[in-house]
Each structure stands twice: as C-alpha cells, then as structure tokens.
Design a protein around this ligand. Structure first.
Ligand code: FA5
Ligand code: MG
Length: 440
C-alpha cells in the first residue's frame, strides 16, 4: 500500500512552501471552477449565500449529515464507541461520573474564526487556502478538523471532552486519504493542583514561569516540570487508548510534529500494512488559545485522531472508500452489538484495476488539489488513486507539464477498460474546460 504524508494541518510540506508566500487575501480570491456557481448553497435545509470563494462540490455536500460516526453498526460508529468506553472506564470524577463530556453532533459548517483564528493559524498558512479547504463562502467553511471546536467548548467551562465529527479537506487521492473523513478531538485541562497532585511535596511547584524562553520541550510561560507532567499524562492517555484498541503488541512510535495550536507537538504512528501510518496529532495547548478561551489559570493537552485510520488497522479495511459502501456484503460484517467484538474484514473481492495516464500543460495558478477534486467529482469512488508521476518545466517556453497516473477500480465488480476510458476522457474534457489545462 502506498502511504504518503498528508498535507495535514501540521508541518508545511516542501511543495507548499511556495503557497505559504501568498497572502490569504490572494488565496481567497482564487476562483475554483469545480465549484457550485449558483447563488446559494443548501446544507441540511439551510441556504447559505455563495460567492467567489465558494468551492464546495455537490459530491461533498451529499456527504454532510451522513454522520457515519453515529451509525451503530458502522465501523466508524463501532470505533467511536470503543473510544468512548475507554474514556468512560478509565477516567471518572470524584463521584464516579465520566470525566470527559462527549460532543458528536456539532455542525460541520464553521466560521473562519473557529477553524483557523481561534487556533492561532497564521494568516498565510496553507490550510486557509481554498486550494486545501472547502469554503461555503467567504465567512464559512466545512471544518477541516475537529480542533475547530476547542475554543467554544472550553468557553462553556468544559475541562475534559471529546468532540467527534466529519471533517472535509481537498487532499490527495489514495487508499488512506479521502476528502471527507472523521476525527475525534480530545482535550484535557488541568489546574495547578491537578498537575502536581501526584507529587509528594508540591510546595513551590508552579505551572507558570514568567520571563523564561520557549524551547523544544515547553512554551515560554510554562515551567519545565509542568510541561513534562502534562506531556506524560497526554502520552499515557493516548498510548493507553492505542493499546486498548490494538492490543499490547502493536508497533508504535512518537514523532515530533508542528501545529500552530500546540507546543510541543507530536504525531503517533502505528505500523500497518508494511509501513508507518499516522493516526493522530497532539500536543500541549498553546497558552494563548487557553487564555483567549477564558481558561488562563489552566494548562492542557489536545489531540486529534483520524477514525478511518484507526478502523482500517483495527478491522483490516484495505481502502478508505469502503467506509461509504452501501453494499450489504460490507455492512453486514459490522453488525455486532458489542463494539469490543473482534472483527476482521473479509474483502468483498478484489477486482482488477485499470490504469490510465493523463499529461497536460498547466496554467500558472494551477493546484493539484483542483485536479484531484475534479477527478472525484467526475469519477466518484471508481477512482482508487491519483499520483503525480511526472512534472517538468519546458526550458524554452517555461510552461509546466504534469502527468498523473489514475487507477480506476470498482469495489463490487470488474471495471472494463472501455468504461475506464470513458471516465478518463470526461476527466480530460472537464480539466480543459474548468481548469484551463492543455492536454499534451
Ligand atoms: C489535525 O487535524 C490536528 N487538528 C490534530 C491535532 C489536534 C493536533 C489537537 C494537535 C492538537 P492532521 O492534519 O495531522 O492534524 O490530522 C489528524 C489525523 O487525521 C491524522 O493523524 C490522520 O489520522 C487523519 N487524517 C488526516 N488527513 C486525512 C485524510 N485525508 N483522510 C483520512 N484521514 C486523515
Ligand atoms: Mg498529521
């Protein structure tokens, strides 16, 4: 299986360095030809005014409200219940009630403040670009991560919570990436007394230290001892969950990461299908975020888990598209009442793929994500993978050419080469019309 690092909300990849230089205003002004051009966008019965930034597609809109994470006998519903069970059984308050509150029906339509500003995302960060994010209009977007809800829930006075929901990203196409997936946010805040509650003599121990410097291990206003204890709690909790889900023999590793809203930050990877698969991002919450949310006396950690990634490993589901399958042969395999029941997915059968390449000259403002979105819009779930296999700039006329390899495969039957060719040529046609490319 080919697993690549997603563009993610974490570190900027090399290919996005160029984009980081664009101002967010320029990014927002870019028109997207795969978008809906009507004057309004309807989402779950509410009409939103569309504008020049709108780039949600009918295909994407059709996924909103499916709430696969709340479907009882769906693999995502089962994994969510397993995560909840872990938190219910391991974390209770003084009187034995669950410590973590659970939010799983939050609206995926969020403001720019929720998705980016509240999380201290820099104005020129690539994730704000309509190349990467689905905008309903200039003010509203489909959340790109469940972290979008951190501030509002902390403002409610919650110190420990899970927020589970569908998230939307314009991303690459392969077996582990899909433009709609599900995340579980986990947040835990501590008072000073709670951080040092296990220390024998906590006299003189503090969370905050004025006038210190930010280092690899901590933020400027935190003491090293507080940061280390919170890091310990975070890793213990998330590793405990991982071992509970996959058993104690699972191979895992912590990798240093970057997020605008946590420092220090890590990603947890597990070994899956012969390669390392990133399953979550996490870190100690930026104090500024907590201060803005009214929790200035507390320190906390946060994490975001990808439910599909966990479920793929847990149930041996080979392809992320299968989560959307309406086939009885798929659904019946997950019809168990106890979510702890071990299940190993039996592939419906593997039908032969069809491979087709397409090469074109790209216009100067071209983004591969525009092409990926167009491919999904035209080819739907028949497209298994798209790879940029060649890119070059002509030495004389300075035009850039991209060559993509598309893998077509039907999940339930053999796809004929003629059928694949037909989809492939519509993709080429639409790319000419909507993206201004010139086929070579
Ligand atoms: C985030 O989304 C951060 N909000 C996570 C976080 C939360 C960090 C709180 C710190 C504190 P990232 O973009 O890496 O980070 O995505 C988190 C997880 O979502 C990944 O580890 C992966 O499991 C999953 N994921 C990301 N992109 C996709 C995709 N296209 N398809 C399926 N799963 C994905
Ligand atoms: Mg990541």
């Amino acid at each position: 299986m080919l697993i690549r690092v997603s563009r993610s909300l974490s570190r900027p990849s090399l290919c996005v360095q160029r984009l980081l230089r664009c101002s967010s205003h320029t990014q927002l002004s870019q028109l997207h030809s795969t978008s809906i051009r009507k004057s309004e966008v309807k989402i779950k019965g509410t009409a939103y005014q569309s504008d020049d930034v709108t780039n949600v597609t009918p295909r994407i809109l059709s996924k909103i409200g499916k709430n696969l994470h709340t479907v009882k006998h769906h693999p995502l519903g089962l994994i969510k219940r397993r995560i909840e069970n872990y938190f219910y059984t391991h974390f209770t308050n003084r009187v034995g009630n669950p410590l973590f509150a659970i939010f799983d029906r939050l609206d995926p339509v969020v403001t720019i403040h929720q998705n980016f500003d509240s999380l201290l995302t820099p104005e020129d960060h690539v994730s704000r670009s309509p190349k990467d994010t689905y905008y309903v209009n200039r003010d509203l977007l489909l959340r790109a991560h469940t972290s979008a809800h951190q501030e509002e829930i902390i403002k409610m006075g919650c110190d420990a919570f899970l927020a589970v929901g569908d998230v939307y990203r314009r991303d690459q196409i392969d077996a582990t990436h899909y433009p709609v997936f599900h995340q579980c946010e986990i947040v835990r805040l501590f008072t000073e007394g709670e951080v040092f509650s296990r220390v024998k003599d906590p006299t003189g121990l503090r969370i905050f230290d004025e006038g210190d410097r930010r280092s690899h291990d901590k933020q400027e206003m935190h003491t090293l001892e507080a940061a280390k204890l919170v890091e310990f709690d975070l890793k213990k909790c998330l590793l405990g969950l991982t071992l509970q889900l996959f058993g104690k023999d699972v191979e895992y590793r912590w990798v240093d990461a970057y997020f605008p809203f946590t420092h220090p930050s890590w990603e947890l990877e597990i070994f899956h299908g012969g390669d390392w698969l990133e399953v979550l991002g996490c870190g100690i919450m930026e104090q500024k975020l907590l201060n803005n949310a009214g929790a200035m006396s507390k320190i906390g950690w946060a994490a975001g888990l990808g439910l599909e990634r966990l479920a793929m490993k847990l149930y041996a589901i080979p392809d992320i598209r299968l989560f959307w399958s309406e086939e009885e042969a798929f659904q019946k395999q997950f019809r168990v009442d106890n979510p702890e029941t071990p299940i190993t997915f039996k592939p419906l059968s593997v039908y032969a793929p069809c491979l087709n390449d397409i090469s074109f000259w790209v216009p100067s403002n071209f983004s591969s994500n525009d092409f990926y979105d167009l491919v999904r819009t035209v080819g739907g779930d028949l497209v298994e993978q798209v790879d940029l296999v060649d890119e070059f700039t002509h030495p004389k006329h300075q035009r850039t050419s991209h060559c993509y390899r598309l893998v077509y495969r039907h999940m339930d039957r053999t796809l004929t080469q003629a059928e694949a060719n037909e989809i492939h040529s519509s993709i080429g046609q639409k790319a000419i019309e909507n993206l201004g490319v010139e086929i070579r």
